[in-house]
Design a protein. Sequence first.
Length: 133
Amino acid sequence: RIDMAELKSFPLDYYRNYLDVDDCSPIYNHCNGKQFEAATKLDLCEFLNLRTPLVPVRILDGEKQRMCYLISQLLKHRVPAISEMKKPWLKGILAACKINESYYKSHYNDVDERSGSEANKEFYRTVKSILGR
C-alpha cells in the first residue's frame, strides 16, 4: 500500500527527465568507454538526467574539453527549451562531470570540424550524428 504523505515528500525534480532515453542511447553507443568510463546504459541515462546512478559515471582523463562540447550541444538541441530546465541541468551536469563553469565557458566551443586535433574533429562528427544534425 502506498503512503501518499510519504510519496509527496519526494522531490519532483528527481523524477524529471532532462534527456529522454532515445537521447541517452546514442550517447551511450558512441561515448561509453571513450569519454566516460565504461558504464551501463541505465547508469549513463541516470547520470545525464542528474540522478544518482547505481555505479558512478566518471569522465575519462583528457575528455573534459570534448565533454564541454557534448554538454553544450545537448543543452542547445535536447534539453527542453524552457530556462527553468536548462540552467539547473547545466549547473548539475557540470558538477557531476567535475567541470567548473569558467572552464566550460572557455572550452565548450573548442571542438569543431575545421580546427584542432583529429580526435576533436572526429568527436564533432560523432556528436553531429548523435544529434541527427
